[in-house]
Design a protein around this ligand. Structure first.
Ligand SMILES: [Zn+2]
Length: 170
């Protein structure tokens, strides 16, 4: 019964995207880092929602917006258990589980300022090996610096100044 009540608290959308099974506390970080917080569409966020699979989770529903490949990859890094459902006419037309790639190319900046990937003379695309998914541990293939989730800086131009904030505890 409690599950039903929890479900009803989050409104349904007729068209758009539902990002479910987000690690509890990460919904706002995801909105911020994917740039979805800048869309003008209706966004409903559920933080610390009761979940069968995990004790609590976050959910994001965005009306009339479908995610691009970069946004999905960013979500896979921030919340490897997330599922993404596309909704049309009240129906789920596609549901996929995000998958973190073995190597992450171009998406993240290396935190090591002296790394060749940060060189202004000869800029090369960054590339990281995923050593551990959860908690995330990735390694730059050039300087071998290991980077944790809280240190990640995405390369998306307009978001350069934004870094992952600590998990929000409510
Ligand atoms: Zn590096």
């Amino acid at each position: 019964m409690k599950m039903m009540e929890e479900k009803l608290k989050i409104v349904k959308i007729t068209k758009g995207t539902v990002i479910d099974h987000i690690d509890a506390g990460y919904a706002l970080t995801i909105l911020n880092l994917t740039g979805l917080d800048e869309v003008k569409n209706l966004i409903t966020i559920g933080v610390n929602v009761s979940s069968k699979k995990f004790s609590t989770k976050d959910i994001i529903k965005i009306e009339n917006v479908f995610l691009n490949e970069t946004q999905m990859q960013q979500i896979s890094i921030l919340s490897p258990n997330a599922t993404i459902s596309l909704i049309e006419d009240n129906n789920v037309i596609e549901k996929k589980k995000v998958k973190i790639p073995n190597t992450i190319k171009k998406l993240i900046l290396c935190v090591n300022q002296t790394c060749i990937s940060n060189s202004e003379k000869e800029p090369i695309d960054t590339e990281f090996l995923v050593l551990e998914e959860k908690p995330l541990k990735i390694q730059c293939i050039y300087c071998e610096r290991i980077c944790k989730l809280e240190e990640i800086v995405f390369t998306s131009k307009e978001k350069k100044e934004k870094i992952v904030k600590q998990r929000i505890l409510l």
